[in-house]
Design a binder for this molecule. Structure first.
Ligand code: XLS
Ligand code: NI
Ligand code: NI
Length: 439
């Protein structure tokens, strides 16, 4: 097999003193953090679309990426070579997982039948490579947003033929995910939303979206796919409003339509930001609803209002993400998928390594800090103390449902002096800094 990333050898752990940018300073895969190794905690995954398919286009400019498969004309030949290159990359980087959309890995044909045939051919190659390199599929998904047929949405399109096509495409993507032993299957509603309510039957669109998800649940049972289903919230982009707006909207949707037993959430940092939330908020919301499934690890740009999907480098972010993940008991089926792309001017192949390495090191460091925070239990204790009033007296009665308005009125009338204590935010931010900066 040809070598595609000739300038790079296997990326190794060299420790914090190393100044080699092609080595890990913090990610030491077999190092124990608690009773799990870093590799088991973090479950890193590479996103095929950003790293291997995307060319660096933006609304104002053409692709810039230089890739060793650029010269190949035939789309199937290109898809095959790219797949081989991808596995060399996963292997050199030392990740255990990847994620893909059906259309990232194989080109569309003239008809759906031909498209499916193309996909089957590439999946066969992927399966072999997965075995050869011992790489697993974190989740698969279908791209039901790029092709012009999805102009009005996919499951939420006004056009029933598009709904049918979407179902057929997802059915196939689920087959393929199962074939590759995928640990999950993600629904990201790229165009499941609207541009204007003046032409939109919101009730029908939401009902139809739920109908499609129920069909997916039924089909999973039919074929014996036992991977985890995820919904990935995002408030907007490409549509003006997406129905899977944020974790809260998705949890409510799943409960409304009786789907909550079958889905967890795949939370992405930049989507949280677009929804006006912190990533910690989204993760916590998912966690307290037992729906924290997986993470699309990236970060946005403070000064740009769209999904820039940058590689995560912010240690405050990675620490708080891992703190939530640890609070949830760690990943089971999910992991940290780098749904992130190199900047358009970072067009050389080596930039792909630099990008993933800084992302992995940032999360490794975040994991270690978060683990210490959790072990010390200081934040948990502060929260427990803050709500102590609910563990005795009237608070306990409230929690236990022993009192109603009349009893509470009687209590309040007798209790004229209410005393509050400080929320200590600045102290807590100091405490977080203590952990981040280390002693
Ligand atoms: C786009 C989404 C997408 C999903 C997979 O913003 O993040 O990449 O993760 O369809
Ligand atoms: Ni994503
Ligand atoms: Ni995104």
């Amino acid at each position: 097999m040809a070598e595609y990333f000739k300038d790079v050898k296997e990326i190794k752990y060299e420790g914090p003193k190393s100044d080699n940018p092609l080595a890990f300073k913090y990610y030491n895969p077999d190092e124990l953090v608690g009773n799990k190794t870093m590799r088991e905690h973090l479950k890193f995954s590479v996103a095929y679309w950003h790293t291997f398919t995307a060319q660096g286009t933006d609304p104002f400019g053409a692709g810039t990426m230089i890739r060793s498969w650029d010269h190949i004309q035939d789309p199937m030949d290109k898809a095959k070579v790219r797949m081989e290159a991808a596995f060399e990359f996963f292997d050199k980087l030392g990740v255990d997982y990847f994620c893909f959309h059906d259309r990232d890995i194989a080109p569309e044909g003239e008809t759906l039948a031909e498209t499916n045939k193309n996909l089957d051919e590439i999946v066969k190659i992927a399966k072999q490579l997965m075995e050869d390199y011992d790489i697993k599929l974190l989740w698969g998904t279908a791209n039901t947003f790029n092709n012009p047929r999805f102009v009005h949405g996919a499951a939420t399109s006004c056009n029933a033929d598009v709904f049918a096509y979407t179902a057929a495409q997802i059915k196939k993507a689920m087959d393929v995910t199962k074939e590759l032993g995928g640990e999950g299957y993600t629904f990201w509603g790229g165009r499941e939303g609207y541009e204007t309510l003046l032409n939109t039957d919101m009730k029908l669109e939401l009902d139809n979206y739920a109908r499609l998800l129920h069909m997916a649940v039924d089909y999973a049972k039919q074929i014996g796919f036992d991977g985890q289903f995820y919904i990935e919230p995002k408030p907007k982009e490409p549509t003006k409003h997406q129905y899977d707006f944020d974790a809260a909207a998705v949890v409510a949707f799943l409960k409304t339509y009786g789907l909550d037993d079958y889905f967890k959430l795949n939370i992405e940092t930049n989507h949280a930001t677009l929804a006006g939330h912190t990533m910690q908020h989204e993760l916590m919301y998912a966690r307290i609803n037992n729906m924290l499934g997986s993470v699309d690890a990236n970060q946005g740009d403070l000064y740009l209002g769209w999904d820039t999907d940058q590689f995560p480098t912010d240690i405050y972010l990675t620490t708080l993400v891992m703190y939530e993940v640890l609070q949830a008991g760690g990943f089971t089926t999910g992991g940290l998928n780098f749904d992130a792309k190199v900047r358009r001017p970072s067009f050389e192949p080596i930039d792909l390594f630099y990008a993933h390495i800084v992302g992995m090191d940032s999360f490794a460091k975040g994991l270690k800090i978060a683990y210490k925070m959790k072990q010390d239990g200081k934040f948990e204790k502060i929260i427990a103390d803050r709500y102590a009033s609910y563990t005795e007296g009237i608070g306990k009665d409230i929690i236990e449902g022993k009192v109603g308005f009349s009893e509470l009125e009687r209590y309040a009338l007798e209790n004229n002096e209410i005393k509050n204590v400080s929320g200590r935010q600045e102290y807590l931010e100091w405490l977080l800094n203590e952990y981040i900066l280390g002693k």
